[in-house]
Design a binder for this molecule. Structure first.
Ligand code: MOS
Length: 704
């Protein structure tokens, strides 16, 4: 193995990329100097509190504002009859806007937790007390939140590709197969739960709208706000300097729009933050899924037929599909290959992107089914994957930019001690515990999106990089410092990087595992041109020398390939058959995820994804009450997230892998860590007990 597999830092390429580096803002974060959106002070700040609907469907008959307007400190109550109007008839950076964010525009209530009013007061306590006292009268209608596989109203919906992709004769392929697996898998509604709740402050400053926010991309949020409020994009300024997690939930949401409305009406700064409980209705979530996987193979395990069909839900106001059938289009080939994503519309909030959208639940079903096929064929599950490794994209026919999945399995098997494994289930004991091991494959798309950057050579010999990146806790700011240092042939301490400010110019969001790759590309182009200019120059003027870049053309010229990060997940579990408790004892993930810019933060990100995979396998489940249409326990007491005690020894590492067309060789690491992790745990539970668990989470009552 080379430089990329060590944290301690053999120097790679030009020096900084590939070498472990602590976060450049780490000291600010641990000393409290780094301030988050909800804690930045403003003079004359007023506080808004959202009031959410308590009914699941109907109309608002009236909002009793008089009583709360008389309460201490209350300044105004915004609702559908008096709030500023917004324009929702536009196509934004991610398509048509989710009407959930366009608050207070009509009297319809499409789900429990729909924003019906914003109470603004001098203090947040006054605003909260008044919002909780606000009486709203509804005309209630019957609602439907029942998600199930036999919904006749389900329909196919495109997302990241067509809803249905098919080749060959599926029924004939299955009929001709010596071994067939046909199983249904379910995953529950899951929530992002970033540590830092959503928070935004809006104010008008000399004709400009200023928004201080916690989001995954100020380019995106600024553009959505300009569209909604029909403003010149240049007059909207959004800042988001430090972000305590997003995972897909931190785009345009009700709180920013409500804050802008209140700041406009009151002509003073207004802050709106979400409570943890409100986030369960307002921040998006991962839809539950029901998936059917059918695999047909010859006796030697080679696939003849593959069918993966997924059903997820969306709201009545906006379409979103959890495209769980997607991973099969990348992972395994078969003569007959069929994948389909369907949705059903219910009276629930709109789901959204959540870490590895599609791949996380999809890989649970697919990689569990592959394990079941290995069992039925009597073939080791890694060997089965070796026999089914495709040469090209199974559906697209395109070449892979790089794959290296088998290298991940080889390295993982060696380090995990897979060779000694007895494949028979239910045989190993450690006192009262049954022990088992499992594995699964991972993949996630490697995208790059157009971005701009500016790099300045300062007169004092240092460099300033301006790129509108978002560091949502990933270490993006630090990665960009290392990339810039190498491109400029200098050391990281000579580079300062400014991010999180829409005035820096358009850039990709922190999403799709494509942030660091997209921003690095723009920084590389500007830095390299700057170096050429400096070579011709004798001196640097006081204002410095600045070079700007835009990657639109470079990314547009990328060749058509299957570009993905890959990985191999391994888990060892212990199951107590008396209590049904499952404990993960150790986990190993080996990834082929392109050039690793900063091994220190990359390892954290991959371990974070794997930790979430354990949490998904064993704990996380939002339960919706069919009678009220709302959640039981919409908080971190009722919704279980893996705690420290649930997480054993986890190791993440990687094999040599470089994207051949990326200037740094990056693919992306944000999401692949969670993919396959839950399947590895579930497959290990089968190996321990001999019982397949096809419904997540694997709760004690399901194990018993
Ligand atoms: Mo991610 S789900 O693209 O923030």
């Amino acid at each position: 193995m080379t430089t990329a597999t060590t944290t301690t830092g053999t120097r790679a390429v030009n020096g900084s990329v590939g070498t472990a580096h602590t976060r450049v803002e780490g000291r600010d974060k641990v000393t409290g100097t780094a301030r988050y959106a909800g804690e930045i002070p403003f003079a004359e700040l007023a506080h808004g509190w959202l009031a959410l609907s308590t009914v699941a469907r109907g109309r608002i008959r009236s909002v009793e504002t008089e009583t709360v307007l008389a309460m201490p400190g209350v300044l105004t109550v915004l609702h559908h009859e008096n709030a500023p109007r917004v324009d929702t008839d536009y196509v934004g950076l991610l398509g048509a806007p989710d009407p959930t964010a366009a608050v207070f525009q009509h009297d319809r209530v499409p789900h429990v937790g729909w924003p019906v009013a914003l109470v603004v007061a001098e203090t947040s306590e006054q605003a909260r007390e008044a919002a909780e006292a606000l009486v709203v009268h509804y005309e209630q209608e019957p609602h439907d939140v029942a998600f199930s596989v036999d919904r006749p109203d389900a329909y196919e919906l495109d997302a990241f590709g067509p809803a249905v992709m098919a080749k060959g004769e599926l029924d004939a392929g299955l009929a001709a197969s010596a071994v067939v697996v046909d199983a249904e898998y379910t995953t529950p509604e899951e929530h992002h739960n970033p540590m830092e709740p959503h928070a935004a402050t809006a104010l008008w400053d000399g004709g400009r709208l200023e928004v201080v926010d916690s989001n995954q991309g100020t380019t995106w949020v600024a553009s959505e706000l300009a569209n909604l409020f029909s403003l010149d994009p240049a007059s909207v300024h959004v800042r988001s300097e430090h972000v305590g997690g997003g995972f897909g939930s931190k785009g345009l949401r009700a709180h920013q729009v409500a804050a802008v409305m209140a700041a406009t009406v009151l002509q003073r700064p207004v802050r709106v933050i979400m409570t943890r409980r409100q986030m369960f209705s307002l921040a998006g979530y991962r839809s539950p899924t029901t998936q059917r996987v059918r695999l047909g193979a010859d006796a030697d395990g080679r696939l003849r037929a593959l069918d993966h069909s997924s059903l997820s839900l969306t709201s009545t106001v906006h379409e979103f599909v959890e495209a769980s059938a997607g991973p099969a289009r990348v992972m395994y080939d078969a003569d007959a290959h069929h994948t389909a994503n369907r949705v059903v519309r219910l009276d629930v909030p709109t789901p959204t992107f959540m870490r590895a959208p599609g791949e996380a639940p999809g890989s649970f079903a697919l990689e569990s089914a592959v394990d079941e096929l290995a069992e039925k064929c009597g073939i080791d599950p890694i060997e089965l994957r070796v026999r089914n490794e495709p040469e090209r994209g199974p559906v697209s026919g395109l070449p892979f930019s790089s794959r290296n999945l088998l290298a991940c399995f080889r390295e993982g098997a060696r380090r995990f001690g897979w060779a000694d494994r007895d494949p028979r289930p239910g045989l190993r004991r450690d006192g009262r515990w049954l022990l088992g091991t499992g594995t699964a494959a991972a993949s996630f798309g490697a995208m790059a999106m157009p971005s701009t950057a500016a790099v300045t050579a300062e007169a004092d010999g240092t460099f300033t990089v301006r790129v509108n990146a978002a560091d949502i806790g990933t270490g993006a700011r630090t990665a960009l410092t290392l990339v810039a240092a190498d491109a400029l042939r200098t050391t990281p301490d000579h580079v300062r990087v400014h991010i999180g400010d829409s005035d820096l110019g358009p850039a990709m969001i922190a999403g799709g595992s494509a942030g660091t790759r997209s921003w690095s590309w723009a920084v590389m182009i500007a830095a390299e041109e700057l170096r050429e200019r400096l070579a011709l120059n004798t001196g640097i003027p006081p204002e410095g020398i600045t070079v700007r870049s835009d990657t639109t053309a470079a990314i547009g010229a990328l060749s058509q390939k299957e570009r993905h990060s890959f990985g191999a997940q391994f888990a060892e579990v212990a199951v107590d058959p008396a209590t049904g408790e499952v404990r993960v004892r150790r986990m190993l993930g080996i990834f082929a995820a392109g050039r690793i810019v900063n091994p220190l933060t990359a390892r954290s990100q991959l371990v974070g994804g794997m930790t979430w995979g354990i949490s998904m396998a064993l704990h996380e489940e939002a339960v919706r009450d069919r009678a009220t249409g709302g959640h039981y326990g919409a908080d971190l007491a009722g919704y279980h997230v893996a705690a420290h005690a649930d997480i054993p020894h986890i190791e993440a590492d990687w094999v040599d892998d470089v994207d051949p067309d990326d200037p740094v060789g990056i693919k992306g690491i944000g999401e692949v860590g969670i993919v396959g992790a839950a399947a590895a745990v579930a497959n290990a539970v089968w190996h321990a007990t001999g019982v397949r668990h096809r419904d997540l989470p694997i709760r004690p009552d399901r194990v018993l």
